[in-house]
Design a protein around this ligand. Sequence first.
Ligand SMILES: [Zn+2]
Ligand SMILES: [Zn+2]
Length: 157
Amino acid sequence: MTNTYAGGCQCGAIRFRVRGEPRDSSICHCRMCQKAFGAYYAPFVSVRGTDFEWTRGQRKIFRSSNFVERGFCADCGTPLTYEAPDGIAIAAGTFDDPSAFPPVVQYGIEAKIDFVDHLHELPGHSTDEDAEAAPFVLEIESYQHPDHDTETWPEVR
Ligand SMILES: [Zn+2]
Ligand SMILES: [Zn+2]
């Protein structure tokens, strides 16, 4: 049996599907990935060797170097891909179940931000605990695409 994994951007304009078993899941700390994700590091799942297809919408491309293109959703800004001559990697958090691909290697460690090694030591709070300071969190209605494929999107309300 071939496993299938799906995912897409936050707004749902772009969706993709992978048939097969993505192997290389990684974290990249390089400065270009920090910038492309607006984050301290970027998580990727390589889909090399799998059957990968876009099932809804067209990503927009930013050519970040002479070899690499980065795909993103032009409607909501979600980073989606790192596309190099040796294959495509998908932004891990865009999978409907990102927990399916635990990272096995780190890249770009010359640019790793020191405090990244200590994030797990920080105090943590659930979203509900924020309600006293920010009562609106209790009434949030999400416009994010659900973590599964849909016949149409946006849903008719
Ligand atoms: Zn989008
Ligand atoms: Zn990188």
